[in-house]
Design a protein around this ligand. Structure first.
Ligand code: ATP
Length: 384
């Protein structure tokens, strides 16, 4: 017997065509929540109004739902694909507070307050760097998209209080949607994203203190509806600091991924990353070298930022932490990487033949492999 609360619904589907349309709508997912609209109580009525014409009334979670056009298009397409339906007219209504509460309860279900606690099967990866400007956010955005392309369900927390660049890198303009005290994160290129920047006035400088950051991060973990994630990436601020410690406390299974350039500041980067790992008790999953050798149109290879820094950081971390810290890959310096970031379209989804895109996909492939400690516990790959 289901223990889930009943969603109040005014659904009426009496004729066989109406029932067939309703069944077809079970294939339509809410673009933010990523569960069937029928299961979420969002289809309020399906009515056969004339010869081959059906009217579908959809209830939005909030009036200004940023993805309502996508939802309307998806509902119309699914309804019009039913044999016998010539046209589907989709109209919109908004859930009542009572319906929203029921939806929240249904989504929360029996989930623990912190879905990323010690028993979580989600792979949590904090992306860190020794200093700013090494391309950490660009890499995080690209890796997130590359992981979704492998069929994984991916979430991304932008915790880089000094940057907040993730929404721009993924082309996100909409803010999150609130359903009572639950936050539905915007979804871009299949990645669920939340950023402190989404809750701030763009023009006001940020002077956050440790406890405020901790509280914000805590809310991202407990109040955001993440659904079942295979991977959660966190874009950490550069260097060591409060937020990295908070992230490690709130996400006890998280591991660190260290981004560096090939420059010979390797000793310093390794020392900082090592210090962070020791401070938080986290393991370092590996090192990614960004802004590596660039290939010019005539085939000449230019080491703009030198070479070998990534391997050196990996070697030093391996020695310092007394455990294998591999170099997971080198991403070349490539104008298309920057252009993709500026356009909000990560290069992994656009430039198929680009060496940088290929390297990023290969690194994502290595991250998608489960650590030994989780083998045998089942891989919760969620169908999308
Ligand atoms: N492989 C690359 N090729 C070309 N440009 C790159 C590459 N990686 C990053 N960039 C560019 O470098 C700049 C810095 O990148 P990004 O903002 O991702 O760095 P960051 O380490 O996250 O910085 P911060 O932590 O200070 O926010 C951006 O303009 C980005 O487009």
């Amino acid at each position: 017997m289901s223990t889930e609360p009943d969603l109040p619904t005014r659904l009426g589907a009496d004729t066989s065509l109406e029932r067939e349309v309703l069944a077809a709508l079970a294939a339509v997912q809410d673009p933010e929540i990523r569960r069937p609209v029928t299961e979420l109580g969002m289809v309020a009525a399906v009515t056969e109004v004339g010869d081959g014409v059906v009217a579908v009334l959809v209830c939005l979670t909030i009036a200004g739902c940023p993805l309502k056009d996508t939802l309307v298009d998806d509902v119309r397409a699914a309804a019009e694909a039913v044999p016998g339906v010539g046209r589907a007219d989709v109209s919109l209504d908004v859930m009542t507070p009572e319906q929203r509460r029921a939806l929240q309860e249904r989504l929360r279900g029996s989930r623990p307050a912190n879905p990323f606690g010690p028993d979580s099967l989600t792979r949590v990866i904090g992306v860190a760097s020794g200093k700013g400007g090494v391309g950490k956010s660009t890499l995080t955005a690209n890796l997130a998209v590359a992981l979704t392309a492998r069929g994984l369900s991916v979430g991304l927390i932008d915790a880089d209080v000094h940057g907040f660049s993730i929404p721009g890198l993924l082309g996100i303009e909409a803010g999150p949607t609130r359903v009572e005290d639950m936050i539905l994160p915007p979804v871009a290129h299949q990645v669920k994203v939340i950023s402190i920047g989404m809750f701030l006035d763009e023009d006001r400088p940020v002077a956050w203190r440790g406890p405020m950051l901790h509280r914000a991060l805590e809310q991202f973990v407990t109040d955001v509806y993440w659904g079942d994630l295979d991977v959660l990436l966190i874009d950490l601020p550069p260097g060591t600091g409060d937020i990295a410690i908070s992230a490690a406390q709130l996400l006890p299974t998280s591991q660190l991924l260290v981004v560096t350039t090939p420059q010979h500041a390797a000793a310093q980067v390794a020392a900082r990353a090592g210090q962070l790992a020791r401070q938080t008790g986290q393991s370092v999953l590996g090192v990614v070298e960004n802004m590596g050798p660039m290939t010019l149109p005539d085939g000449t290879v230019l080491d703009v930022f030198g070479a070998g820094g990534g391997a050196e950081v990996a070697r030093r971390l391996t020695a310092a932490l007394e455990t294998d810290v591999p170099l997971l890959g080198t991403v070349p310096l490539e104008p298309a990487v920057r252009a993709g970031g500026d356009a909000g379209e990560p290069i992994v989804m656009t430039a198929h033949a680009s060496p940088a895109a290929e390297s990023l996909r290969a690194i994502a492939g290595r991250l998608a492999v489960r650590p030994d400690s989780l083998r045998g516990r089942g891989l919760p790959v969620s169908p999308r």
